[in-house]
Design a protein around this ligand. Structure first.
Ligand code: PGA
Length: 253
């Protein structure tokens, strides 16, 4: 299902409200979290919502989608650092219930297996938040990743390294590898929100809209999911057919 809003602010408010509703109805929920520029206003809204209506977060568990290999949590471009800055430092979450893939693990294969297993042991993700890369990746699942994948080590595509280079002082500092939750892990989430904003994402949104379920476009895996919502601002929706923009289908795409 597509949900299209005029502004980034409205997208952030809607997405944050979906997270708040989940926490309210299920205080022991397991949330799948994402990083990236798209999520910054979402987390700002979430924090604002929790300030206005405080909730008990002590039973909440979070698993982030991905982490760079070789960046320690203290590195300003690590996703752990991002999450601390944008969300975790502002909320009273139980630290032992906050999880990111370990980009510094010596035994990466074991760390990957343990990550997917930890999610399954808790009954799976109740809600997975996703952004999309300009090449259609979700998490760091680059084009041609198997839809049956579990948490794994990935070599980042050139496009992703260029896109993410904007956060680094020098393009050469962008790590070449990362650990990401697999597409099968993502598809097992009970509820999925794919959030996409900005004119620079309009092409990939149109490709996604017209695509079949195809491993060349990782986000198209969501078309197999019964509870996935694609949340767009008008800029990201700019190349969608007009009837979709003005009368979004209420069904799965
Ligand atoms: P962005 O990243 O929000 O910074 O565009 C999204 C992604 O690469 O998944």
């Amino acid at each position: 299902m597509y949900k299209i809003f005029k502004t980034v602010d409205e997208v952030a408010q809607y997405t944050a409200q979906r997270l708040l509703d989940k926490i309210q109805t299920k205080p022991e929920a397991v949330l799948g979290l994402a990083t990236g520029g798209t999520m910054e206003p979402v987390y700002a809204q979430l924090e604002k919502g929790l300030r206005q209506h405080p909730m008990d977060l002590s039973r909440l568990t979070t698993f982030n989608l991905d982490e760079y290999i070789g960046l320690a949590p203290s590195h300003p471009q690590s996703y752990r650092y991002y999450m601390d800055q944008h969300l975790f430092d502002k909320l009273s979450l139980a630290q032992e219930r906050v999880h990111l893939p370990d980009g510094m693990a010596e035994d990466r294969a074991d760390a990957c297996r343990a990550y997917s297993a930890a999610i399954q042991a808790l009954g799976g993700l109740d809600l997975q938040l996703l952004g999309i890369g300009s090449n259609g990746h979700i998490g760091f699942n680059e084009p041609q990743t198997s839809f049956a994948s579990r948490t794994h080590v990935v070599e980042l595509s050139e496009q992703t390294r260029i896109d993410n280079g904007r956060f680094f002082a020098d393009q050469r500092e962008v790590p070449t590898h990362a650990i990401t939750l697999g597409i099968q892990d993502i598809l097992e989430a009970k509820d999925i929100l794919l959030v996409i904003t900005g004119r620079h994402k309009a092409d990939i949104v149109a490709q996604l809209y017209h695509s079949g379920v195809d491993e060349a476009l990782p986000a198209s895996a969501l078309k197999q999911h019964h509870n996935a919502t694609i949340v767009l601002d008008s800029e990201a929706a700019a190349l969608l057919p007009r009837q979709e923009v003005f009368n979004p289908k209420a069904s799965v795409v």
